[in-house]
Design a protein around this ligand. Structure first.
Ligand code: P6P
Length: 334
């Protein structure tokens, strides 16, 4: 008789006592994320059938065409988070400014802020390649009872209380941490339940996969060019392979399971790289570190960077610790 997998609900209840200061709010927040994820998953999985895959006509702060599914996912997560009386504010890739949530009594008593990329990798939507949702959670730092402020969102990554992602792939998985390790839950769409399929996920210290858009090679810093050539040299201890899906969540997830490094270096075209510190790099860095991996901007620990803007970009090197160390070594030569 196969062992009955624990559901996400059972896991949350079992681990509730892990956060003495949280009166179940963090659990309610994760519960609202899992509800929205199911709803978005349903739409993502039928994207080809209904007219919600094409551009929505608007563009987001990135200047990217907002795919209708981007907008749909953004709205669903905002709606479920707002209804659960937990967050006082939300920042999203899809909105230039943060969203203030007063709470049902209009008194701004909710303690948490959420920053998210509702549908990362959206350029892959209409070619049927995996996409993902990324979220990052902080406790507010401004006084309860007052409207949320920008400084509640501009906190360094090491202040996160939770972070996670949903990968809408061959199966749909929710992977998250609250600072006590990383656990992965797989959705059974027939039942609408999430099951603990990947308990205590660990980033292998070494790996053989490097993920980077080599189309930008000539624009990379010399240290990155050298590292890529190092990976490609025919040495017995370096049978590396290049894997790049173009969806951060999917590349990260595969590398965390198999061992590898994801790189989005700066380039002459994008001097700070492309990825956003607050709702792409910090949450993925929290997860990577909690799984024994590492996340750097090439010089510093990503989670130590003091944010200055909501949508600021940073170079991003994340994955197996020894591989990130090696990249930093190559970059330090120049
Ligand atoms: P490029 C998707 O837009 C994204 O933010 C990440 O998910 C992905 O890894 C990266 O950008 C892809 O960017 O420039 O290689 O197409």
């Amino acid at each position: 008789m196969a062992k009955q997998l624990q559901t996400l609900g059972e896991f949350i209840i079992e681990n509730q006592q892990a956060f003495p200061y949280s009166s179940g709010e963090l659990s309610r927040l994760i519960n609202s994320i899992r509800l929205a994820a199911k709803v978005v998953n349903h739409e993502v999985n039928k994207a080809g059938l209904v007219d919600i895959t094409g551009p929505a006509g608007a563009t987001n702060v990135q200047g990217e065409d907002q795919q209708k599914l981007d907008v749909y996912a953004h709205e669903k997560f905002i709606q479920t988070l707002t209804n659960r009386e937990i967050v006082c504010g939300i920042a999203s890739e899809e909105n230039d400014d943060f969203i203030t949530i007063k709470g049902s009594h209009g008194d701004h008593q909710n303690k948490y802020v959420v920053l998210m990329d509702p549908l990362d990798g959206s350029s892959n939507i209409d070619v049927n390649v995996s996409v993902g949702t990324i979220f990052s959670v902080y406790r507010r730092v401004t006084p309860l009872g007052t409207p949320v402020q920008l400084e509640d969102f501009l906190q360094p990554g090491h202040q996160q209380v939770a972070a996670g992602y949903i990968v809408y792939g061959t199966s749909t998985m929710l992977v998250y941490t609250t600072g006590c390790g990383v656990n992965g839950f797989t959705l059974n769409p027939a039942l609408g339940s999430w099951y603990l399929s990947h308990p205590n996920m660990r980033y292998p210290e070494d790996g053989r996969i490097y993920s980077v858009n080599e189309g930008n090679y000539i624009h990379f810093p010399q240290g990155i060019k050298d590292y890529i050539k190092y990976c490609q040299e025919e040495e017995e201890d370096r049978p590396y392979t290049s894997r790049y899906i173009g969806s951060l969540v999917s590349d990260f997830h595969r590398n965390m399971i198999k061992g590898g490094i994801y790189m989005y270096p700066p380039s002459s075209k994008a001097p700070n790289g492309k990825l956003r510190l607050l709702y792409e790099c910090n949450p993925m860095a929290f997860i990577a570190e909690q799984a024994g991996g590492k996340a750097s901007d090439g010089k510093r620990r990503v989670m130590d960077i003091e944010p200055t803007e909501l949508h600021q970009r940073v170079p991003f090197y994340c994955g197996s610790k020894n591989m990130v160390d090696k990249v930093e070594e190559f970059l330090a030569r120049y």
